[in-house]
Every structure is written in structure tokens, then in C-alpha cells.
Design a protein around this ligand. Sequence first.
Ligand code: 13P
Ligand code: ZN
Length: 278
Amino acid sequence: MSKVLEMAFVQGFIRMANDGWLQGWHERNGGNLSYRIKDEEMDAIRSILSYEGAWHPIGTSVPELGQEFFMVTGSGKYFRNVILDPEDSTGIIELDQRGENYRICWGLVNGGKPTSELPSHLMNHAVKKKASGGKHRVIYHAHTTNVIALTFVLPLRDEVFTRELWEMATECPVVFPDGIGVVEWMVPGGREIAVATSELMKKYDVAIWAHHGMFASGEDFDLTFGLMHTVEKSAEILVKTLSMRPDKLQTITPDNFRDLAGEFQVDLPERFLYEDKG
Ligand code: 13P
Ligand code: ZN
């Protein structure tokens, strides 16, 4: 096995991609994953990467990430194949100093290129790096079935999605206390949707793309996968509940949430604790 494949972060990346596939969130080439590599991890592999590749435009500008390295899934690649042939399905890219171009330094060996959602991944990384003091390193996009279904029946408002998903499982407000943002339907793959998503990532760790999927950000693979999993499971409970009857006989109330916030020492913004739910 190559030294790159032996690295713990590469193994963690591969495992997360496969876990997402097993959840059913990655039909065909759906979804993509990126990881901002640590300096000490780069020190272990820097000398064995290739720096001969051509520079290509990212499609946006992320000067905050200039000269950083990322592991990314490839465009058109299937998550179910990552574990079988990571050097074909994934790659390591370097950004230039201005954060406007990338080059492939490892992987994507059969003429592959990074995910078409690279602008969204990198703009989210830029925002979350700043907001977390450098701690956030993983950006994950998945086609989560139940969240997508809800974007056809709930108003596309941050307050509504956050509150409804918080109500479906007691742990939710503790796992995503800042809430969830919603991007209305937009053409994927470009700078415009990247700008809209990264704007929401200034406030939240999760952004829903209406009729498409979700983006999640986190410090490591466990936290980011766990966040995606928690939100999607909550959406599954809501879909089941709505399938049984349109209203709830009982639920977690705003005062219940306030009690929870005190006990678990999380701040739950009052704008999500409205009384009139309609
Ligand atoms: P890529 O195959 O280019 O990563 O695109 C998949 C996807 O989910 C687009 O939103
Ligand atoms: Zn997608």
C-alpha cells in the first residue's frame, strides 16, 4: 500500500465515504467530501506527492486557504467505489497562493478532476476555518433522502427546518444548537450556490439545499458524519410522523427546549423557540 493510503486521515476519509454509501445517501455519483489536511499530516507525505500537474481555476477565490492541501472526492466518481480504488475516486489537491487555482498532487489517476462542488466546499472551508479558529476540517455533501423529501412540504425557512428537526429527537438541539440554514433551489456546481451556502455556514454547521441534499461541516470525520446522520435521522422521524397524521398530539415545547439548554449548557436562539407553529 502506498504511504499516502496508510495515513490515518486518508483511511478516515475512505471509511466516511463508505459509511455514507451504506446509508443510501450516494446514488450514482451523488455527494462529495473534502478534508483540509493538517500541516503535520502534510509533513509526512509532502515529499512523495507530485507537483508536476497543471494548475486549473477553482471557479472562485479563497485567499484564506492559499497554499493549503485538501483531500477531495472526484467529479462523477461513485462513493461505493472509493473503498475499492481510492486513487481513482479521490485525490489530494494543492491551492495556489491566491486561492484561485488548484493542481492535483496525488490520486484521481485516470484523468479525474475534483468534485464539481469544489467552489462550495472551498468557500465553506474558508468560512468555517475562520469561524472555528481553524478547528473545522471536513465539509460533506450528501443526498439525504428524508431531508430532501421535507424540502417539498415544509416552508424553506431556517426557523421552520431547525425547529421541526429539533422536535423530532431530544438530542438534536444539543448536536446542532446553532440551527440549520436552507438554500432555496439553485443550479448546483457553481460559484453562486457556493456564495449562498457559505453565507449560511457563517451561522450554522448544516445547510440544506432544497430538492437536492445537505452540506455539513465539522472538526473531524466522526463529528461531521455524526452531524449529517443526526439531522437525516431526525428528518426520517418527521417524514414518518407526517405520514401517520398531519399534526402532532404532543411534542417537545419551547419551555422544554429552554430546560434542555440549561441542563446541557447550550445556547438555543430564541428565534427558533416561537410559540405559534401553525
Ligand atoms: P460530483 O460527482 O461532481 O461530485 O457531483 C455530485 C453532486 O452531488 C453534485 O451536487
Ligand atoms: Zn449533490
